[in-house]
Every structure is written in structure tokens, then in C-alpha cells.
Design a protein around this ligand. Structure first.
Ligand code: RB5
Length: 147
């Protein structure tokens, strides 16, 4: 599995920590920036990661900004992207089991590095349950299903 990772200046340190962790675990990771703590506009990084996941060029992505809010909003505009903002372990597990999340989003100003690495580990190791959850995901892309 190849993971694309991206962040803005507010989560540069966390991105570097997660990247090291993934490389140590033998996970293929491609870093799309930011490459320093210099201020950048998070949509530009978020769009790069999300568009490549959307096109199937990578199976998973990890996006990080100050809160995780902006990155998750940007990523979820792309077809076939299911970006989950998870700043706790329960959400990380459920985002895989029920939502088959393909992009994990976290807030570098919200959580510490140790919790973030546990969230990444949980998110990578937890499988999608399928079944009724797949039926619900299929509704995302079914025209005429609006309430
Ligand atoms: C940057 O200051 C901050 O707005 C950004 O990292 C993020 O939290 C946006 O949602």
C-alpha cells in the first residue's frame, strides 16, 4: 500500500514524525509537502493528495493541518475520497470499520505526536467491515438519493 502524506505549516513537525514512523514500518510513503514551517495555503497541499487518491493513483492518504478541519473539507470535495478527521482512537477505528476512510486527517494543534502515531497505527490495521456499510457508501454516488 502506498500512502501519500501532506500537511501545512501548522503540522509540519507532526508530518515528519508520521513519515519516519511509516518508513520504519516499511510502508511506502510519498511526501507532497509542506517541506518546512513556512506558511502555506493548506488547500494546495490537500488538493494534491486528494486528487491522486480520487483517481486511484494511491490507495490511501494522510493530511494534517492545525485543526484537521480545513484539510478534511478540501479532501471531501473529491469523488471517491472519504476523508475522516480523527483526533481520537475510537474515530480512527470506526472510520475504517464503517466508513472505509481512504484519507486520515488529524490536527497538529489538537493532538500530540504519541496519540497521532497510535491513530495512524489503528487506522492502518483496522479493516473495513463491508456488508451494510458498503451499501451505505454506495449511496454516496447514487443520483436521486438526496433527502
Ligand atoms: C493555519 O493557520 C490553519 O488555519 C490551518 O492549519 C488549519 O487549521 C485550517 O483548517
Amino acid at each position: 500500500m502506498k500512502i501519500l502524506i501532506g500537511c501545512d505549516h501548522a503540522a509540519f513537525g507532526l508530518k515528519e514524525t508520521i513519515k519516519r514512523y511509516l518508513i520504519e514500518k516499511g510502508v511506502a510513503v510519498e511526501d507532497l509537502g509542506a517541506f518546512s514551517e513556512a506558511s502555506v495555503d493548506y488547500p494546495q497541499i490537500g488538493m494534491q493528495v486528494a486528487s491522486r487518491v480520487s483517481k486511484g493513483q494511491a490507495e490511501r492518504g494522510i493530511l494534517l493541518c492545525g485543526t484537521g478541519l480545513g484539510m478534511s473539507m478540501v479532501a471531501n470535495r473529491f469523488a471517491h475520497v472519504r476523508a475522516a478527521l480523527c483526533n481520537d482512537l475510537f474515530s480512527a477505528g470506526m472510520s475504517r470499520r464503517h466508513n472505509d476512510a481512504n484519507i486520515l486527517v488529524m490536527g497538529g494543534r489538537v493532538i500530540g505526536d504519541v496519540l497521532a502515531l497510535e491513530i495512524v497505527r489503528t487506522w492502518l490495521e483496522t479493516p473495513f467491515e463491508g456488508g451494510r456499510h458498503q451499501r451505505r457508501l454506495d449511496l454516496f454516488d447514487t443520483p436521486g438519493q438526496e433527502p
